[in-house]
Design a protein around this ligand. Sequence first.
Ligand SMILES: Cc1cc2nc3c(=O)[nH]c(=O)nc-3n(C[C@H](O)[C@H](O)[C@H](O)COP(=O)(O)O)c2cc1C
Length: 368
Amino acid sequence: MSWLYRNTLRPILFSQDAESIHNRTMRMLNWVGRQELRCDAMHSFLGAPELPVELFGLRFPNPIGLAAGMDKNAEALPAWAAMGFGFTELGAATWHAQPGNPQPRVFRAIAEDAIVNRMGFNNLGAETISEKLAEWKRLNRWPKHPVGMNLGKSKITPLDEAAEDYANSFRVLRPHLDFFVVNVSSPNTPNLRQLQDKKALDEIFSALHEVQRGSTRQTPILVKVAPDLSFEALDEILELTGPQNIAGIVATNTTISRPTSQDLAAQKVYSETGGLSGRPLNARSTEVIRHLYRQSKGALPIIGVGGIFDAADAWEKIAAGASLIQVYTGLVYEGPTICRNIVTGLLERLEERGEVHLHKAVGCDARG
Ligand SMILES: Cc1cc2nc3c(=O)[nH]c(=O)nc-3n(C[C@H](O)[C@H](O)[C@H](O)COP(=O)(O)O)c2cc1C
């Protein structure tokens, strides 16, 4: 099926501008999501086998999630479960609605299975997205898997008011969602990555915890890190996880670094400003995951993301220490059977090892 996608549908999709085809696909998935019958039909083709994971007090039917940035405004929410995903991370949502950077702002380096983007957190704003979430619930179309939200900082908000900006979004979105991810690692909002600094991050988490202080339901909040951080900077973030009750780390966002390439078209794409994702990010993101797993002695849940295209890539991330994984670029290049293919491959690998539960494999290559 994935061969069929790569050789038939993909060339047609890739002949068009990346963002236009993304928007058209989202409209189609919105249409699918509005009716149970259409979702059921999609699930019968694309649904993945069960490989349950329990984490953050939530049950994930399988460990493959949709990475942030694909469904920023929760347009296609019910469709992701129908496509076989075990969880969805929506967003990034910002407190103020914003258009993002001028187009074009997404570029495919096809020969290298990579994308460069500088979207700049285009989204409808937290309040409107919250209304959309309420509508999916009203329509009885809420998916049967965990749904989280990636939170970004509004471009117009100065860095020293970032904590309040994140907290405002969190306040209006929290009633609907199972987990949150504080995104301080996108390269496409000026100076955002400075918020990975320990003191700034400390302020943001204090403000978020203040919002849910006294509430009986404590929503897990994770932080998403850049692959470009040094191990020392990652260790500083780890020092915060205990005191600030950070539920886990999403590793990693896109990179500002560029590989060398012999391919002229890829070179042109790499010269664009923005964050690079896909195959060239794979090794660095695995390295970051392994470091975080070792330093935290396996005690801190890690969501692994960066250049996952198949079960072998997914297994590598899990063996390095990821309890869950996510895909973005892999979905674009491999097509909608990616979840089913990865989960099937993970089940085969577990069976070869005589294991039933995925958590036995988490960090198996990072220990000792
Ligand atoms: C077009 C595009 C938009 C993205 N938007 C976001 C975003 O809003 N928030 C975020 O945390 N990550 C965002 N990402 C990063 C992905 O969630 C993911 O961390 C990164 O692409 C690496 O995974 P991949 O190699 O599977 O794509 C975006 C990536 C792409 C390609």
